[in-house]
Design a protein around this ligand. Structure first.
Ligand code: UDP
Ligand code: MG
Length: 320
């Protein structure tokens, strides 16, 4: 171990903020209560995602009062996932913890998250547990979304996974090396495959204000997740093409059986040939479209330029 080992752990809290003027002071105070009781060096990285309600001024006030606070301001509203990315890019610490600005990710769990990372995990993933408070539209759509993504993509994302998580330096560098534009961080973190542990939590009500995740934003996140983690939609053409070929074979067999049993009087003149050509031609077109889809999928994966592999831990016997 290096003799200049830092005595204190550096921990960055990354907090995306969009129009949270009513919540932000309270959230910062709640975070300070937890953080000030811990022996580590903390930094608060607030990312103002193009707020229009005076959040920027409040953040400036917070950073003037507390030199551990860094406030970044995005030029416009880029969305939660992009704001989180900006905060993670600014993180230099040994551990990064991301949480929402509205108090729905309980700060009281921060010490547990740090403890779990120190015990050797690279990812501590917060999981919102169902509180049985009835079925809301958001809950139903969210459950359907997790069911779908786990069926059609190779990356498993558990239901209730939140952007409330702690990452070791290794895991943070891994996510930072993925520069794709359409980002679904829950999937990207799971995709890396580093040792992870789930930390379940009950989600309290927002400390103030209303949800900033409109239906439009939720739909965009879901479509980013489906299209960037699965090529399944592209294979629809291929499957439909094969289905048409099966239908063409069925039709041919039926017509031949009528010929064999000399029952061709049942057939309208021209029906067999027209139907046969229609089914075969549609099948060929759909299969070719499917092939094009597969190539488009491959191109899509290439242009994302995700790392081809990630290395776990330090190399053994690397000359030290
Ligand atoms: N947020 C953001 N940009 C957006 C929407 C939301 O940075 O375009 C932030 C928001 O301020 C909060 C977090 O993302 O800190 C989660 O948003 P919200 O609490 O509104 O989502 P919900 O909990 O309702 O799913
Ligand atoms: Mg919230």
């Amino acid at each position: 171990m290096s003799p200049r080992k830092k005595s204190k752990l550096q921990i960055d809290l990354v907090i995306p903020v969009y129009n949270e003027v009513e919540a932000i002071l309270r959230t910062h105070a709640d975070l300070r209560l937890v953080v000030d009781a811990l022996p580590h060096d903390f930094r608060f990285i607030y990312v103002d995602d193009g707020s229009t309600d005076g959040t920027a001024d409040t953040l400036r006030g917070i950073s003037d009062d507390d030199r551990r606070v860094t406030a970044l301001t995005l030029s416009r509203n880029f969305g939660h996932q992009s704001a989180l990315t900006a905060g993670m890019d600014a993180s230099r610490g040994d551990i990064m913890i991301s949480l929402d600005a509205d108090g729905q990710h309980p700060p009281a769990l921060i010490p547990k998250m740090i403890e779990l990372i120190q015990s050797g995990y690279d990812i501590v993933q917060g999981q919102r547990i169902e509180d049985g408070r009835g079925a809301s539209f958001k809950k139903l759509t969210s459950n359907f979304f997790y069911w779908l993504i786990n069926r059609i993509s190779g990356t498993q994302v558990m239901a209730g996974a939140a952007d409330f998580r702690a990452l070791s330096r290794t895991a943070l560098d891994g996510v930072r090396s993925m520069r794709e534009y359409h980002r679904f961080l829950r999937g990207m973190v799971a995709w890396m495959g580093y040792d992870s542990v789930i930390l379940p939590y009950h989600e309290p009500e927002r400390v103030a204000g209303r949800s900033k995740y409109s239906l439009g934003k939720m739909t965009r996140l879901a479509s980013d997740a489906v299209f960037s983690f699965s090529l399944a939609p592209l294979y629809i053409g291929l499957s439909a093409g094969f289905l048409f070929f099966i239908l063409a074979c069925g039709q041919l067999a039926w017509v031949l059986s009528l010929w064999a049993t000399k029952n061709t009087a049942q057939l309208e003149p021209g029906w067999s040939s027209l139907m046969g050509v229609l089914l075969i031609a549609s099948g060929i077109i759909m299969i070719l479209l499917g092939f094009i889809g597969v190539y488009v999928g491959y191109i899509f994966q290439e242009v994302k330029r995700r790392p081809i592999y990630l290395i776990k831990g330090k190399p053994q016997h690397d000359g030290e």
